[in-house]
Design a protein around this ligand. Structure first.
Ligand code: ZN
Length: 760
């Protein structure tokens, strides 16, 4: 289900709001519903329910928003028809019996104008779920039923349509005839057990597009206001999406695929998906995503349903995850990764504001059932679970899950246990943090090469909670190592505590640095951008909030940027820093400093497209002039306040010229108490190897910035070839270097930097 933002005013008609209280006293097995919409409102219904008692009881109640005229139990007419009190004396537990009700409905629509049965000038249609009604299911707006997320039954729908109109409904069409009165009568059958909220009925002066998708009959009904060519175009993606979904989740179980348009929004009715007009009217990414989301419910929600509304993330997060899978099917993994990172950025930045606080996925309160946490963070967690166990195991486990649990219900605990069984991996720690807990985890990984033998490397790992004190146990962190030649290899490092030191062995090359989760496999509180910056122009994506501007013929370089929503450690102890943004950047590159590269780090005091970016940490009480840009060369070094300019006043960028690798943070500072590091005095961009590349046997000069340094040269196997302390100014490197690539490391108490020297 997907809501449109512009909700129409409420149309609340007079109605009898009958709501049964005894949830598990009776089970409906089948509904046979004759609904006559030919006269509009009120409409008439004749419903025969086949039920069985689950425990001995003398009466049952049914849910209905409407007026009951008469009731029969096993053919015996009741003298006083009361939908809430239907006598079942003498009927045994498990013994099927029928209840027939003749009733009138009025087209009830919830106060927010969404869920219910809509009688519009162009069409009649229902939306089976309401945002502002308890329970959220509103099958009872159309027919008498047990209206909940667990009672699943089969259905026969017999629709009589308004003159010159035609019906589209859930189920498979059994017959469609025009009577002597000129009215269309159609019969539809749903022979799989489904919940009441998934039964969709509609009528309009429809045109139809018929097709076959992946072997399934396909119908898109549309109205005269729509462009048939566009209708055909928007569904073209299904030719690749349906096979992809079947590969990922198992067979499509619903015999046919159908969509109808609505003005209010989209809803995953079985075989008869209600789709917002906008999604059927353009090739927008949002529209394509919605088409896939609703179809994804054929597995997440319709086939396997959350046990109650508190686990709606299983349905809606799963369906939103399907949108990502569909995007990947249509545009490839690189493109879906960019969409994923954009969405992850938005979730971390805004979901807790939209939903009022950081909420766990499980146990969602009624008022937030259909909130951003359920949909958007839910999708992130399904995505992250995929990354946690790996594609082949993940999708094999989902196949098994949807096969063994088809047409049933599941809660988060049973889902955890089932998937643990099917994957062979204990998912307890994953669920504890991501499903049963609120907030996010931010990981930091950095190499420490001192003392490492060739082919080995030490990685220092740390995690910090974002809006949580919980520890993400049994974390599996994808790490990409980048070598001095730009070569890469990926590894997974395990972290079961707040920090750890891990030794990597058997490395194929000497890594220069490491980058977190380049392939976007986990939903940690960080986004990653690989910026291949050229010699001139602007580069970078907004989801890392760092833009690069190159204006020098020699400035082309590749930057690996991590944007972390974590607290930058070590800043709080700096005198003169009153508070820091709860974000920081890690910038890595094979290029030390870069005189032609300008970096622009986004800050937001108020307004703009990222209004919530620094909410709570940076307010209008801080002037833009009080914002300082902090830099340090690596995670062990102290921070320095560096010289910067800025754009904007309420939101904009801290602008830093001559980009160098290291970590960056923005803080509110008292510049009277802090020295601003002048680029001219200690900037490593002044450090240059001349010439570089060089040729074997020729001397090389290392031009150092002000200060005294220790200089060390390693080969790519990690062997130390040259070492000198107390270097100043111009340092002649007189090592006898043969052709190859070498790592030059300069450091003092303030700077620790590396670059490569190429000998031809
Ligand atoms: Zn949905």
């Amino acid at each position: 289900m997907k809501k449109l933002f512009a909700l129409l005013a409420a149309t609340l008609l007079w109605a009898t709001m009958a709501k049964a209280q005894t949830a598990d006293s009776v089970d409906v097995l089948d509904y046979d519903l004759a609904i006559d919409l030919s006269n509009g409102r009120p409409f008439t219904g004749d419903a025969t329910l086949t039920l069985q008692l689950l425990r001995p009881c003398s009466e049952i109640g049914l849910d209905l928003i409407g007026m009951v005229d008469s009731i029969w139990v096993d053919g015996q007419k009741l003298s006083s028809p009361d939908v809430l009190h239907i006598a079942t004396d003498g009927i045994g537990v498990g013994q099927p019996f029928t209840v027939r009700l003749c009733y009138r409905g009025y087209g009830y629509v919830e106060a927010s104008g969404w869920g219910g049965l809509h009688f519009d000038s162009r069409m009649t249609y229902n939306l089976g779920v309401g945002f502002g009604i308890d329970p959220h299911v509103v099958g009872r707006a159309v027919f008498p039923c047990r209206d909940n997320f667990t009672d699943k039954a089969t259905y026969t729908l017999r629709l009589t349509a308004k003159e010159s109109w035609s019906s589209e409904c859930s189920g498979v069409l059994q017959s469609r005839v025009i009577g002597s009165d000129g009215l269309e009568r159609s019969v539809w059958r749903i022979d799989q057990p489904v919940c009441t909220y998934l039964v969709g009925i509609s009528q309009s002066a429809y045109s139809r597009l018929y097709d076959t998708v992946a072997g399934y009959p396909f119908t898109a009904a549309y109205t005269s206001t729509q462009n048939p060519a566009m209708v055909e175009q928007v569904f073209a993606q299904l030719d690749s999406v349906v096979p992809m979904f079947e590969r990922c989740f198992g067979p499509y179980r619903w015999h046919r695929i159908g969509y109808i348009p609505t003005e209010r929004g989209s809803m995953e009715h079985v075989n008869n998906i209600a789709l917002a007009y906008q999604a059927m009217g353009s090739m927008s990414e949002a529209g394509q995503s919605t088409i896939a989301h609703e179809l994804g419910h054929a597995w997440f929600g319709n086939l396997l349903t959350c046990a109650d509304e508190g686990d709606m993330w299983i349905n809606e997060g799963g369906a939103s995850f399907c949108s990502e899978v569909a995007h990947e099917a249509n545009h490839g993994r690189a493109s879906s990764n960019r969409v994923y990172q954009r969405d992850l950025e938005k979730v971390i930045r805004t979901t807790h504001i939209t939903d009022g606080s950081y909420l766990p996925l499980h146990g969602m309160p009624h008022s937030r059932t259909y909130g951003s946490t359920t949909y958007d963070k839910g999708a992130m967690v399904w995505h992250s679970l995929r990354g946690y166990v790996g594609d082949s195991i993940f999708y094999a486990a989902l196949h098994t899950l949807f096969d063994r649990c088809a047409f049933s219900n599941i809660d988060a605990y049973a889902l955890r246990d089932s998937l643990s069984l099917y994957t062979g991996i204990d998912l307890g720690p994953f669920f504890d943090f991501h499903v049963f807990g609120a907030g996010f985890v931010d990981y930091r990984a950095a190499l420490e090469r001192e003392g490492c033998a060739p082919g080995t490397m030490v990685v220092r790992l740390r995690q910090q909670g974002v809006a949580t004190d919980n520890l993400a146990r049994a974390s599996r962190i994808p790490l990409t190592l980048v070598g001095w030649e730009g070569q890469t290899c990926k590894t997974i490092v395990d972290l079961d505590s707040s920090e750890a030191v891990v030794t990597l062995t058997g490395l194929p090359f000497d890594p220069a640095f490491c980058v977190l989760d380049i392939d976007c496999e986990i939903s940690d509180a960080a986004t990653v951008d690989i910026i291949a910056a050229g010699t001139t122009g602007d580069y970078g994506n907004d989801y890392c909030h760092l833009r690069l501007h190159a204006d020098n013929p020699e400035s082309a370089a590749t930057y690996y940027v991590e944007h972390h929503w974590g607290h930058p450690d070590g800043v709080d102890t700096m005198a003169g820093v009153s508070r820091t943004l709860e974000r920081y950047w890690v910038v890595n590159s094979l290029q030390w400093g870069n005189p032609g590269m300008q970096a622009r780090f986004r800050y937001v005091r108020t307004g703009g497209n990222y209004a919530d970016l620094d909410r709570g940490h940076l307010t209008l009480t801080s002037t833009v002039d009080s914002l300082g840009l902090l830099w340090r060369p690596d995670h062990r070094s102290p921070w320095h306040l560096v010289s910067r300019t800025h754009t904007g006043r309420n939101e904009g960028f801290m602008v830093y010229n001559n980009l160098r690798v290291g970590e960056y943070a923005i803080a509110v500072v008292d510049s009277n108490l802090l020295d601003i590091e002048q680029p001219q005095s200690a900037s490593p961009m002044e450090a240059r190897l001349c010439p570089n590349p060089t040729v074997a046997g020729e001397p090389v000069d290392l031009l150092l910035p002000d200060g005294e340094y220790t200089v060390t040269i390693h080969d790519t196997a990690g062997r130390r070839l040259w070492h000198r302390t107390g270097c100043r100014g111009t340092c002649r490197i007189d090592a006898d270097l043969t052709a190859g690539t070498y790592l030059v490391h300069i450091e003092n108490n303030f700077i620790s930097l590396q670059s490569k020297l190429i000998v031809l």
